[in-house]
Design a protein. Structure first.
Ligand SMILES: [Zn+2]
Ligand SMILES: [Zn+2]
Length: 255
């Protein structure tokens, strides 16, 4: 299983320019932020599955543009996996013919561009040997993290989140998960804003993961523009022997 980071920024205008979008092999996206713009039209048309962590614009803006870009270029719908709450939010507020057309009814409801697929957290979905499992996290209604595994190894992508102690049990239950892509949006000086908006700052992240083995590699994503170096420095100073690296657009991993 190949993972390519198309976007991982917590906003535009910083060192990283594109918001959250991760490509698994050639056909699965985890989130569809503005990072999707890195793909050419044939690559866009090859996307069969999109898994959404939540409905915030920086994670779904590219889904709207993807639907438009591949209309008429595929034989089957793109399956969009998300919790029912996230699907309801997107159908009500985005794909409502006001902000964007309803691509689940274009060109017609029998053969649409997008197909909504509600998922059950905790139940693994197997897509040709790639197992993807959603786990609820503390952000907005319906938010989930995703564990993505091959037979040998895998990673956990938290999506946006604040403190969610039960999520970390997933790492103990599945030893294939050696890497974690985790939110750390704000520096410690903005800890109140982090808590209010249900994101991590270095202090709250380190508290949440204190019991985890040091062997797990943490790849930090969703850093707020202009704060990247400060957040990473705070993590590495306070994190002791733990390994923290800032995830970067263009990073490629094999699992
Ligand atoms: Zn969010
Ligand atoms: Zn976000």
């Amino acid at each position: 299983m190949r993972l390519e980071v198309l976007g991982c920024a917590g906003g535009i205008g910083g060192q990283q320019r594109f918001t959250t979008c991760l490509l698994i092999d050639h056909d699965i996206l985890l989130d569809a932020g503005t990072g999707i713009a890195a793909l050419g039209v044939n690559q866009l048309a090859a996307i069969d599955h999109v898994f959404l962590s939540h409905s915030h614009l920086d994670h779904v803006a590219g889904l709207a543009l993807l639907a438009d870009a591949v209309n008429g270029k595929r034989k089957s719908p793109i399956t969009v996996h998300a919790t029912q709450q996230v699907i309801d939010a997107l159908r009500t507020h985005l794909f409502n013919w006001v902000l964007w057309p309803d691509f689940a009814a274009i060109p017609n409801a029998d053969h649409p561009v997008l197909r909504w697929q509600p998922l059950e957290p905790g139940i693994a979905l197997d897509l040709a040997g790639r197992q993807i499992t959603a786990h609820r996290v503390n952000h907005i209604a319906g938010s989930v993290a995703y564990a993505a595994c091959s037979t040998e190894s895998g990673f956990l992508f938290t999506g946006d989140m604040g403190s969610t102690p039960p999520l970390w049990d997933v790492l103990a239950r599945d030893r294939r998960l050696s890497r974690v892509i985790v939110d750390c949006s704000f520096p410690d000086a903005e800890s109140q804003l982090a808590a209010l908006s249900r994101h991590f700052c270095p202090r709250s992240l380190l508290e949440d993961i204190a019991a985890l083995p040091a062997s797990i590699e943490f790849l930090i994503y969703h850093l707020k523009p202009g704060q990247e170096d400060r957040i990473m420095q705070e993590l590495n100073v306070a994190g002791g022997s733990r390994s923290f690296h800032a995830l970067k657009c263009g990073d490629v991993f094999s699992f």
